[in-house]
Design a binder for this molecule. Structure first.
Ligand SMILES: Cc1cc2nc3c(=O)[nH]c(=O)nc-3n(C[C@H](O)[C@H](O)[C@H](O)COP(=O)(O)OP(=O)(O)OC[C@H]3O[C@@H](n4cnc5c(N)ncnc54)[C@H](O)[C@@H]3O)c2cc1C
Length: 385
């Protein structure tokens, strides 16, 4: 039997997180907008930590983190529900106590040096695969790691690396001759440099330069030549979280448009009376709801230990396109006001555009979905199997 309802526990988690976001995080939005527009960091130093501490006191620490590392390991469906709630605000708030999943593939020593301090918020990581000459074609990276005595010497350039300016260590992917793409954990003080890349969004990524950076043999994460699979495993596993956040953002935006349509008058009526506006609201609701079910389905597959790759690609593609359609309509409903910096609509508009580009572009998701069908990796209409 198909049951579309959330369990009592899932509903309770959603409501508690929603309340936390509404009471503790959303009030910071005017400050974030003011700071960003003056070229300052969105939050004052320590503010994010303070928020995370509050969340921790409420028991929300390490949403995806195994219990043995102090987390609450809510699982994929609940994590998607939490991401929908945090997506409702543009304040750069994340529940603390998480680390990139590939760090769990480390040795005991690496876990103590990188994983545990990252979970505790004492260290900050970044994940670097993209290069100026290799984005979608990530297998084609040129960064090299060459053995020299007991050490490895890494040379190359990475680009568009999220947190690359702030991180104190990097999970960097480099080609080891005769083995293939391999991951290394490299501290900033071992010699790599970062440079911010200005973008149309508010959080700039970085380019990273490795000029003969020498690292010990113990820096290798996993086995030589197994880095690409490790990277893809991580990216694929969490892919449904992107459309989940997009759902939260789109719902918040649509509510703004509904509220505005009721109070804005034109030609003697609230604009909400006009079919042209109603249809934009209706189409947005249809788009958001379909992404919601695709996303929950993808998360559910991962939770059940089923192959979630195809479902996650569908949800990621659908969510990225959906969010961009919705924010465009919401701006249209707000007319000139939507285009100004008095409202946050233009800020969402710029931020959501990224969804169609990172973690696999729209085109790459379509390519994956089509190839799965053409090669018979999945059966057409195989939903629920
Ligand atoms: C803000 C931001 C943050 C990012 N964070 C990270 C990060 O933390 N770590 C990291 O490693 N990377 C990161 N990226 C990189 C991101 O994953 C890449 O930008 C993305 O994969 C696309 O690669 P590209 O920019 O080189 O575009 P390209 O691969 O050059 O693609 C250009 C265009 O061609 C299309 N295209 C490419 N190949 C095909 C094909 N075979 N069939 C059809 N169309 C194709 C693409 O869809 C796109 O429209 C980030 C990017 C941005 C913008």
């Amino acid at each position: 039997m198909i049951d579309f309802s959330l369990s009592e526990e899932e509903r309770a988690v959603r409501d508690t997180i929603r309340q936390f976001i509404q009471q503790e995080v959303m009030p910071l939005e005017p400050q974030v907008l003011r700071n960003e527009r003056s070229g300052l960091p969105p939050l004052e130093p320590g503010q994010l930590k303070e928020l995370q501490e509050k969340a921790k006191q409420g028991g929300w620490w390490g949403i995806n983190t195994p219990e043995e590392y102090g987390g609450i390991a809510l699982g994929p469906v609940m994590s998607a529900i939490v991401a929908m709630e945090t997506g409702r605000t543009f304040v750069p708030f994340r529940f603390g106590g998480t680390a990139d999943n590939i760090l769990y593939a480390g040795t005991e020593e690496q876990k103590q040096q990188y994983l545990v301090p990252t979970i505790n918020g004492e260290r900050r990581s970044c994940f670097a695969i993209t290069e100026p000459g290799a984005g979608s074609d990530a297998r084609n990276i040129r960064t090299r790691a060459v053995k020299d005595g007991d050490d490895w010497v890494i040379s190359g350039e990475k680009t568009f690396i999220t947190n690359g300016n702030e991180a104190d260590f990097v999970m960097v992917f480099a080609v080891v001759p005769d083995a293939g793409i391999t991951c290394f954990l490299v501290d900033r003080d071992m010699g790599w440099k970062s440079e911010p890349i200005p973008t149309m969004g508010e959080w700039g990524p970085a380019s990273l330069v490795f000029e003969d950076v020498r690292v010990p043999a113990s820096s290798m994460l996993g086995e030589p030549g197994k880095g690409f699979e490790l990277a893809m495993q991580w990216i694929r596993q969490g892919r449904y979280l992107i459309p989940a956040r997009a759902i939260g953002s789109a719902e918040r935006l649509l509510q703004m448009a509904i509220d505005y349509a009721k109070i804005r008058h034109s030609m003697g009526h609230p604009i909400a009376d006009y079919q042209a506006i109603q249809w934009q609201i209706a189409d947005s609701e249809v788009d958001i709801e379909s992404t919601k079910w695709l996303t929950l389905y993808a998360a559910w597959r991962v939770q059940e230990g089923l192959d979630g790759r195809h479902a996650s690609s569908i949800a990621k593609l659908d969510g990225a396109v959906m969010a961009n359609k919705v924010v465009d309509r919401v701006m249209q409903i707000h007319g000139g006001m939507g285009y100004t910096k008095e409202l946050p609509v233009e800020r969402w508009y710029r931020e959501l555009r990224l969804l169609r580009i990172y973690e696999g572009t729209d085109e790459i998701q379509r390519r994956t979905i089509a190839r799965n069908l053409l090669k018979g990796h999945v059966r057409l209409g195989g939903i629920g199997e």
